[in-house]
Ligand binder design. Structure first.
Ligand code: DGJ
Length: 752
């Protein structure tokens, strides 16, 4: 019926079924989403931004504005279709569509591409109707001739201004079609030339390296083709534009100055984000399922939903962009949102014992961990099946009788008696060929019939998309959690996909490639079901370090392991990069042995603690080797950490001096949400030629309040006052008394 209506009738009808309110007063509690039935313009207004798009005369949905808040009465007329440059460069190719289908005269990156059984591949989406439901807007679009509907979903978190976008593609034709490309959204930036892209890349033991570069014509592709998020690129981006005061000489945008558009995908499978600057220098950011090796058939009546692509805007630099995302993750994404529990101080056995775990060894470590104030004891890899090394045992989730003759209970009881709760390592999605599980079910792994099964870390991937595999994985985890008093699972995942076939579907199946979607859906559903059945259990996402950190997995896990690299100096830049996208609330950091295995660097216990105290603090050292002095320092610093952890984990983070590019200095500051407490961490790599440590200027304090400074470790220069106003600490600054190599100091500021 709707398809016979003209645009004006569609819009009038839509307006009639939509909440038509006056434009908002800019407060977080006001209605954020509005539709103007006269101009056909949608506005999303939050205290920090306005995002506007509208339906043009061709019934196409076109971005109008994204940036700092506009006044409610500001004119935002119906978007005019872009002017064509000439007959050789048609307007449809340069118009900033909200969600571009591959069809017509479109040559820039499409969000959706479909193959129909008759060979037709042309798809042109026009507005049909919309519905506003509180902070959620659904716009229905439809192909100009075929019964293919695409719903564009927008949600907004009014407090942070973060907008979530995704799409639902529905086949209402009478035949099966195949989706060949399905992005969640395209974000179009205001026309302009001086834009810089920031992104995070890396590898094992060197995750979270920040790259910042000028955006030039063409496309930058950030992606994973590995079946999971990956360490090589993280699905996060930020695009900065220098303000009139100009960019910092070494840093394209100031931490606290300039406009920033940023976003991240909530997806833990293969993904792609294209940052494209087109021939008229407009920037489009399109992200969603990776179209590489992708094909998703839809039978009549079926739908495909894309993951959510979240984005936000900051007019106060990339530092504020991070703080907005941190607040959003804590209040809207994490499983314990909006007030997740603080991370306990943990001990993890991996670096101390590797897989040589047994009752006496773990019990001895637990006793020592309890002495210094650890709250959670986690036994890592090695407790199950015939696990001696990484060649055997994965998949056989029964307790190894030689190592734990009486099961896990004696160790768990011991840990509880020491006043700690107990956590356990698992790697549920994997199997070693040398395991009972693989011998019984060689068909359960991802594989392509008749082809080699490439191993990574001597293991294969279980195909979680299979119903029987999903049931096996859920059931063994459920049993472990039911039979034992376990507070925490460290959920590891130590290889990427290869030969991602699904032979169970049969040789003629056209659904082979749906494994990329179905696997991750089952992963999420297992995590969700376990959490519902065992609500007290917390979960960490670990993937050879930081290989599976994204807004998708963070919906089901309470923390992540950012890197296997535990060298406290390397960690400074790893953690710095991490915080561009993710909150310190989820960033686990361990104090391990010195010299560190990663690079043989020796550092003091205090330096290692101060590096790790910037996230969720853990200890992973072999405590059997510690001296009494080490225990005393650890005990003091853990006690000090407990007084500031809420500020560190859930406060506002300011990256005062960044540790990148060979910097000898770095400093971070966290300020509590009520501005009553701040914590400053300062690090020195090496002092030279008697140059003093740079003066540190705090940020984010209440200028009028008096703050008393207390050293947690280290000292300030002698003439530093004990108490001064927030204005003093921010404007006059302070001088940490740091000289030497690999030195650190930390200070607490509290309102008197
Ligand atoms: C990789 C993890 O990142 C490590 O912390 C440890 O749990 C090992 N796997 C265990 O095999």
């Amino acid at each position: 019926m709707l398809k016979h209506l003209g645009l004006r009738q569609h819009l009038a009808l839509a307006a009639a079924i939509t909440t038509a309110l006056a434009l908002p007063v800019l407060s977080a509690s006001a209605q954020a989403i509005h539709f103007d039935a006269t101009t056909h313009v949608f506005r999303i207004d939050t205290p920090g931004e306005t995002y506007a798009f509208g339906v043009n005369a061709q019934s196409e949905i076109q971005t109008i504005y994204w940036g700092s808040p506009l006044a409610a009465a500001d004119p935002l007329p119906t978007p005019a279709a872009y002017r064509s440059l000439s007959g050789m460069e048609e307007s449809t190719n340069i118009t900033p569509y909200e969600y571009r289908a591959w069809g017509g005269l479109n040559f820039t990156e499409p969000a959706v591409k479909i193959n129909f059984p008759d060979g037709n591949r042309d798809l042109v989406l026009h507005y049909v109707s919309h519905k506003i439901d509180g902070d959620r807007l659904t716009i229905t679009t439809k192909d100009i001739s075929r019964e293919v509907f695409v719903d564009l979903i927008y949600t907004v978190d009014p407090a942070t201004g973060v907008i979530g976008r995704n799409s639902i593609i529905t086949n209402k034709t009478k035949e099966k079609l195949t989706i060949e490309q399905a992005a969640s959204a395209t974000w179009n930036l205001p026309h302009g030339t001086d834009y810089q892209l920031s992104y995070l890349s890396g590898r094992w033991a060197a995750e979270w390296q920040l790259t910042q570069e000028q955006i030039k014509d063409g496309t930058t592709v950030l992606e994973s083709r590995r079946g999971s998020t990956g360490q090589q690129n993280n699905p996060w981006f930020a695009i900065t534009r220098a303000n009139s005061s100009g960019p910092h000489p070494e840093f394209p945008t100031n931490e606290e100055v300039g406009q920033v558009w940023f976003g991240a995908l909530a997806w833990s499978g293969s993904w792609r984000i294209n940052v494209e600057r087109n021939q008229v220098h407009d920037i489009h950011v399109t992200g969603g399922y990776n179209p590489f090796d992708f094909a998703y058939p839809l039978a009549p009546g079926q739908k495909l939903e894309t993951p959510v692509f979240y984005a936000g805007y900051s007019s106060h630099g990339i530092g504020e962009a991070s703080r907005i995302f941190h607040r959003f993750e804590i209040s809207q994404i994490l499983p314990q949102k909006p007030t997740p529990k603080l991370r306990p101080v943990i001990y993890n056995s991996w670096e101390a014992t590797e897989m040589a775990v047994d009752y006496p060894g773990q019990a001895a470590l637990a006793e020592k961990a309890a002495r210094i104030g650890v709250e959670r004891f986690i036994m890592d890899d090695g407790w199950f099946g015939q696990r001696k090394d990484d060649h055997a045992g994965l998949g056989d989730w029964y307790v190894n009788q030689k190592k734990f003759p009486n099961g896990l209970k004696p160790l768990i009881d011991k840990v509880h008696a020491l006043n700690m709760d107990f956590g356990l390592w698992v790697e549920p999605e994997m199997v070693n060929p040398n395991s009972d599980l693989y011998r019984a079910h060689p068909d359960w792994v991802l594989n392509m019939t008749g082809r080699p099964r490439s191993e990574g870390r001597n293991q294969l991937m279980l195909n979680l998309a299979r119903k029987d595999v999903r049931a096996y994985v859920f059931n063994f985890l459920d049993k472990i959690l039911t039979d034992n008093d376990i507070a925490f699972l460290k959920w590891d995942y130590n290889r990427q996909w290869s030969e991602p076939g699904w032979p169970e579907l049969g040789p003629d199946s056209d659904k082979q490639k749906t494994v990329y979607v179905e696997y991750i859906r089952n992963l999420y559903s297992i995590l969700a079901e376990l959490r519902t059945k065992h609500p007290k259990v917390e979960i960490q996402s670990c993937s050879s370090g930081g290989g599976r950190v994204d807004l998708g997995i963070l919906g089901y896990t309470d923390e992540v392991w950012p890197s296997d690299n535990t060298d406290p100096f390397d960690r400074l830049s790893i953690q710095d990069g991490f915080t561009y996208a993710y909150t310190p609330q989820v960033m686990t950091a361990w104090v391990t042995d010195s010299p560190n295995w990663a690079n043989d660097r020796s550092t003091s216990v205090a330096y290692r603690f101060l590096s790790s105290m910037q996230g969720g603090l853990g200890v992973g050292a072999n405590l059997n080797k510690w001296t009494d002095a080490d225990f005393a320092t650890a005990k003091d610093l853990i006690a000090a950490y407990k007084t500031i952890r809420q500020t560190v984990q859930q406060g506002s983070l300011y990256r005062l001096i960044n540790p990148r590019n060979g910097s000898d200095h770095s400093a971070t500051e966290s300020v509590s949400t009520d501005l009553h407490q701040a914590v400053l961490f300062t690090f020195l790599k090496s002092s030279t030629q008697r140059y003093p440590y740079p003066r540190v200027y705090l940020k984010g304090l209440d200028p009028a309040k008096q703050y008393k400074v207390t050293p947690m470790y280290g000292t300030l220069k002698k003439d530093t006052p004990e108490t001064a106003s927030g204005a003093y600490w921010m404007n006059h600054g302070l001088d940490p008394d740091l000289t030497g190599d690999f030195k650190a100091a930390a200070f607490k500021f509290e309102v008197r």
